[in-house]
Design a protein around this ligand. Structure first.
Ligand code: HEC
Ligand code: HEC
Length: 368
């Protein structure tokens, strides 16, 4: 073999090796839509239990009964399911929820479905998790309206729940406590996951998303929606200012103007800061935003593009984004769409039907 020939063989080897290597960076710079989505989002888990917050069957069963029992409210009119209705994907279709004694809440009701995925609960994140949320809801003036925990404990005993608590928390003395009803209702909520076409797509089923939804996903990533709405909840993992580019109320017409997380922290940096909500099932949960100020999903998408990104979307972009958001609508859990059979106990003795003894102006419009 001549030196010349050896050189040319080596040269052609180099060409063979170098060619795909040279092509590689270009390919890596353009990952497929599925690859990009896989880096930003994740499919739903089977449930949202953790080592510290497990979901034993007896605890979930108790939590489910409590979730659907209106007799626990001060006037017997309101359960969790009143404002988090199964038919409405865990919401109530009102701009702002109406609680016991017809008291209005400060905020729109987000869905309970997949809610335990989020890093905090409530629009301004003033509850750590679904357990503390549920624990305090029973004494919230504009939710269940009970005067104090002792009143709730009396109601639970009168309604025959003592044995259910003992079964749900075996070996724990004196099981009927606020922390325990929080953990029982929370255990039930940790089972409420709604796998959707987008989850099937993330698992590799490309046909699970229609072409319009795929274009919408591309836009959602491309224009920057996913810088805030990401992770397994497609949101629910951070706080951000509502109104990055212009004041949000210019676009939503909100009245009154809500200062957001500032209300809880009094830190000027938290003015107009809200939790980035999870967008799972968002197509099923109008009206939109913390005050329910926007009626349709298309309009909510336009508002977001304008005030968070400084973009005016074309009609086609809005349609595609809405098609993508529709792919986040999942299958409702069986034990959410059916109501449990509750013990046939009469209303507790301190049940107080009738008009509100504290007129509207004097009741703090605190969160439930
Ligand atoms: C009167 C209506 C009403 C009742 C009753 C009610 N909620 Fe809510 N719920 C709301 C509203 C309104 C919010 C938003 C509160 C806020 O952010 O200030 C909310 C927020 C939540 C959240 C947080 C969701 C998120 O994305 O941050 C969870 C979880 C929740 N409720 C579960 C429950 C459970 C469990 C019960 C029963 C123990 C209950 N709610 C009773 C109206 C209600
Ligand atoms: C800078 C962060 C950020 C960006 C970027 C962003 N969002 Fe949001 N999004 C939020 C916050 C914060 C809220 C809650 C606003 C409020 O207080 O009501 C929200 C709320 C929403 C809602 C209403 C959800 C509900 O349940 O009421 C939708 C829909 C939505 N965003 C879609 C989008 C879309 C589509 C884009 C891209 C065009 C986008 N968002 C870009 C932070 C962001």
């Amino acid at each position: 073999m001549t030196l010349h020939r050896t050189h040319s063989i080596i040269a052609s080897w180099i060409a063979v090796i170098a060619l795909p290597a040279a092509a590689m960076p270009a390919r890596a710079a353009e990952p497929s839509l599925l690859e990009q989505a896989g880096q930003l989002f994740a499919p739903l888990p089977r449930d949202m239990a953790s080592a510290a917050l497990p979901i034993p069957a007896a605890r979930v069963a108790l939590g489910r009964k409590l979730f659907f029992d209106p007799r626990l409210s001060v006037d017997g009119t309101v359960s969790c399911a009143t404002c988090h209705q199964p038919a409405l994907y865990g919401t109530d279709a009102l701009p702002k929820s109406i609680g016991a004694r017809h008291r209005q809440n400060a905020h729109n009701a987000p869905s309970v479905l997949n809610a335990a995925l989020q890093f905090k609960a409530h629009w301004i994140g003033d509850r750590e998790n679904v357990e503390t949320q549920a624990m305090k809801s029973l004494t919230g003036p504009a939710s269940f309206g009970n005067p104090d925990d002792a009143a709730v404990i009396r109601k639970l005993a009168a309604l025959g729940y003592t044995d259910d608590f003992a079964r749900a928390f075996p070996g724990e003395p004196d099981p009927v406590k606020p922390e325990r009803w929080g953990r029982a209702i929370g255990a039930y909520e940790r089972t409420l996951v709604t796998p959707s076409p987008f989850d099937a797509y993330l698992h590799g089923d490309l046909a699970a998303l229609q072409p319009a939804a795929q274009r919408g996903l591309e836009t959602f990533i491309g224009i920057g929606c996913a810088t805030c709405h990401n992770g397994v909840g497609v949101g629910g993992a951070s706080f951000r200012k509502f109104g990055q580019v212009e004041d949000y109320w210019q676009a939503t017409g909100s009245q009154p103007i809500d200062a957001g997380r500032y209300t809880a922290t009094q830190d000027p940096a938290d003015r107009f800061v809200f939790k980035v909500p999870s967008l799972r099932n968002v197509a099923m949960t109008p009206p939109y935003f913390h005050d329910g100020s926007v009626a349709t999903l298309a309009q909510a998408v336009r508002v977001m593009a304008r005030v968070q990104l400084g973009k005016i979307l074309t009609a086609a972009e809005v349609d595609d984004l809405v098609a993508f958001l529709n792919s986040l609508t999942g299958v409702l859990p069986e034990d959410f769409v059916t109501a449990p059979v509750l013990a046939p106990q009469a209303f507790p003795p301190d049940h107080e039907p009738g008009p509100d003894p504290s007129p509207a102006a004097t009741v703090p419009r605190s969160t439930p």
